[in-house]
Ligand binder design. Structure first.
Ligand code: SF4
Length: 389
């Protein structure tokens, strides 16, 4: 059921759109994303197939208004400005787009130039997410990144000059050779950028199966050291006016990424491109990961799954608890017809007693449950208790 707006009209449902661009100049040594190098002819065929999918799927989303778009990958900034323009133009041509639609694009500093950046902006991109990872060239080399720290500073300057004000910088902890000093140096260089980025993501390096790092893992900072790097990052960014709104994401007030919030709040989102996942009315489906099939417009949906009530509850808990605001007990009751304590008897109180969860009361919308700072450090342990299997 859609909610009436203030004037009493029924509003279209909100939709997030994810667009996957599976191309990179070269694979980073730790990366298991669906991405890789491809020649210009394949890239052009892909853009055509993508526009076709966006067009053909549009009838399914008639009752929706697109609130956010995220061009991810891979390296979307590898494409030509004109190709990004064509993709977004197709979306604008076939979908009901919100007036203040957030349109984010991931950018690798090794692929940006002034001309592209100005065309991206003209095409509607209003938020850039630039992958730096580290300001140490030794650490970038260890990760197999294609760019130097100087490439990043140059790209950031160009992006600011091109008029981008909503910029995220991706950082990483647990990099081979990373020390508290080098981590601190990276953090300081990033927050001292002019203008300072309004959003910073700080993820831990995870060694994924099938990557060169999995085959031959380089010496990594130990568990204790990694925990310290995390704490250092959190405390430093807080001190600089960034609020932590999710386990790995920090923003200046008003600049939390709206697209990611749709994922964590289990809103509806449609994914376009090879391997892209969608969640619509509690049905999850994913496009085929086979690039050749996708280029031939064979977009077999591989795992169409209607989420059961218990799966929805699990997701509500473990996605919602990623956010520092946590989950609303009232919303849980509204969605599932039972209280959290009925479904998970004793668990919330147990974790509150261990200092991992906290309850707070909002006069406006009742009880909220969230992870404490300590709970965020051991979130996997806490989340595991909310799984039914
Ligand atoms: S640039 Fe990003 S998507 Fe491409 S290989 Fe590196 S980490 Fe993976």
């Amino acid at each position: 059921m859609r909610a009436p707006d203030e004037a009493g009209f029924f509003c279209p449902k909100a939709l997030g759109v994810y667009i996957h661009i599976p191309f990179c100049l070269r694979k980073c040594l730790y990366c298991d994303f669906l991405s890789g190098p491809a020649d210009l002819r394949v890239q052009e065929r892909y853009v055509n197939a993508l526009c076709r999918e966006i067009r053909e799927e549009s009838t399914k989303y008639r009752g929706y208004r697109v609130e956010t778009v995220f061009l991810g990958g891979g390296t979307p900034s590898l494409l030509k400005g004109e190709q990004i323009q064509r993709i977004l133009g197709t979306l604008y041509g076939c979908y009901h787009m919100a007036g203040r639609c957030e349109i984010s694009m991931e950018m690798n500093p090794g692929t940006a130039d002034w001309e592209k950046l100005t065309v991206f902006r003209k095409a509607g991109v209003n938020r850039l997410s630039i992958g730096l990872q580290s300001a140490s060239d030794d650490e970038l080399k260890a990760l197999g990144r294609i760019h130097s720290s100087e490439d990043f500073f140059h790209a950031y300057r160009l992006a600011a000059e091109a008029g981008f004000t909503n910029i995220n910088v991706d950082l990483m902890t647990g990099i081979p050779g990373q020390t508290p000093e080098s981590c601190q140096d990276t953090l300081e260089k990033v927050v001292n950028l002019k203008p300072a980025p309004v959003h910073i993501s700080a993820y831990s390096l995870i060694i994924e199966e099938g990557t060169p790092f999995y085959e031959s893992t380089p010496p990594l900072p130990g568990e204790e050291e990694e925990r310290k790097l995390h704490e250092m990052t959190r405390d430093f960014l807080r001190g600089q006016g960034y609020f932590r709104y999710e386990i790995s994401n920090y923003a200046k007030p008003g600049f939390a990424c709206r697209h990611n919030q749709i994922y964590w709040q289990r809103g509806d989102y449609a994914g376009f491109g090879t391997g892209a996942a969608s969640l619509i009315d509690n049905v999850r489906f994913t496009n085929s990961r086979n690039l050749e099939s996708y280029l031939n417009n064979e977009r077999k949906r591989t795992d169409c799954q209607h989420l059961s009530l218990s799966e929805q509850m699990e997701e509500f808990m473990f996605l919602g608890l990623r956010m520092t605001e946590g989950i609303s007990s009232r919303q849980f009751l509204k969605n599932f017809g039972k209280t959290i304590d009925q479904v998970y008897p004793g668990i919330i109180d147990k974790f509150c007693g261990q200092g991992l969860l906290q309850r707070r009361i909002s006069h406006k919308d009742g009880e909220w449950i969230s992870l404490t700072d300590f709970g965020m450090d051991v979130s996997n342990y806490v989340m595991a208790e909310f799984l039914f299997t």
